[in-house]
Design a protein around this ligand. Sequence first.
Ligand SMILES: [Zn+2]
Ligand SMILES: [Zn+2]
Length: 240
Amino acid sequence: MIKWLQKIFDIILPPRCLSCGKVIQTDNSLCPECFSHIRFISRPFCEKCGTPFPEETGDGLLCVNCLRKKTPFRFCRSAVAYDDFSKKLILDFKFFDHIENKILLARWLYLAGRDIFDAGVDLIIPVPLHFTRMIKRKYNQSAMLCSILSEMSHVPADYKSLKKIRHTRPQVHCDGKQRLKNVKNAFCVPHQENIKGKRIVLIDDVYTTGATLRECAKALKRAGAKSVDTLTVARVCDQF
Ligand SMILES: [Zn+2]
Ligand SMILES: [Zn+2]
């Protein structure tokens, strides 16, 4: 009966490509052409920060930045390169109420996060929005992704322990140094007992310079987190 109803439903409202709107066979997916434009990030990449390496590079290496600097992260992973194709899916989801994109994006996150989940995670936490932005935007897209990812991975999500305490300018309007200053000390952990000793994965849509994620990680580390990983749908890649 349910299958029969589903068939009628598919005839009236057939599944459509989330990017171009063309009719396709399966729900929450892309047509073959749009899919072929998506640049998935795969090995080789820096074991720590996930920066893609040229194809001929060996596996299991660290990039110069990770060798030189101490980072607050255990692993950073992203599913796809941030370009015009992935950007459309993410911006539609973030600003234009295309909430239906969340299943596909969460599925990509889950696949990109295999290293992280294999290494062990206790909590999934979205990068929080300041409450004024939350009112304006109606929903936190990272929290939506978190909730699906939590179902897929069976790792609990925590939406309350990390708070944004200061309104900041959107990071897209800042350059490298301004980005750091803009988000400095913008996050806090009001109830440290929820975080202490936990292995945490932070979820966001795009990894650009990592400034926001780094500030979140610092706040979590100050609260006693055992480790912090980042998992983002897309990543700005210079040479990929
Ligand atoms: Zn398409
Ligand atoms: Zn690195």
